[in-house]
Design a protein. Structure first.
Lengths: 116, 116
DNA sequence: CTGTATCCGGCACGATACTG
DNA sequence: CAGTATCGTGCCGGATACAG
């Protein structure tokens, strides 16, 4: 994705651009998509998204959290346990994510369009 | 958007990522969105997208064309006239674009998008 | 397990000037 | 009008090491 605009920018008068600014970043949409299925732990996300590094995963998760799209829950345990899930706002992105998935399946004709 | 992955990458097994790779770039989605309304000329797009430079507009348009999302028609006239419009594949993105617009309007609107 | 800290390269993008 | 050409750069994102 584009780096889109740095921070939400109302001047453009285009809500699409503002929406884009929240989901820019190389992994955000994929993260959100994975979370559609339900709560996931840090390493679970890591495994589900091949190629992402700890740094980027952490960074993108933090941004998503800051934008109120996901919820981060930390359990004070000896082996740390952190769970990520979609916030209400994040869940409202479902139509977009599914539309994107559907489009990808339809127009990129991947025979293995396995439901990730 | 993220720079996504450079070129379509099948290995991830996620059609969403492949779809994303086609719409990465800072202005692509906005361009596509503007073209939903119909054919537009180069400078018309330029005016509709404040902040975009000639270079970037040209570049993004070329990528969109290469990915088969838009159609570029050149009229051999003395004042050059180039028209851009969505291809069939591009038009198939309409649900995604509208979903994104709807989400933006709903969640980023002037009033708080509380949506508990 | 779930992160932070640091270093660093590349390319995405911008600014400007020029052209058919 | 609709682009190229060229140059410069921010910062995104990868690699690696360290930490609670």
């Amino acid at each position: 994705m584009p780096r889109a605009v740095k921070k939400a920018q109302t001047s453009t008068g285009c809500s699409v651009e503002r929406a884009l600014s929240l989901i820019d970043g190389k992994w955000k949409i994929v993260i959100l998509y994975k979370l559609l299925r339900g709560t996931l732990r840090f390493n679970e996300l890591r495994r589900l998204i091949p190629g992402v590094t700890q740094r980027m995963l952490t960074h993108q998760l933090r941004e998503l959290e800051a934008d109120g799209l996901i919820v981060r829950v930390v359990y004070a345990q000896v082996p740390p346990r952190v769970e990520y899930s979609l916030s209400t706002r994040g869940q409202s992105l479902e139509p977009v994510l599914l539309a994107l998935k559907h489009w990808g399946d339809t127009n990129l004709s991947s025979r293995e369009a396995e439901a990730a």
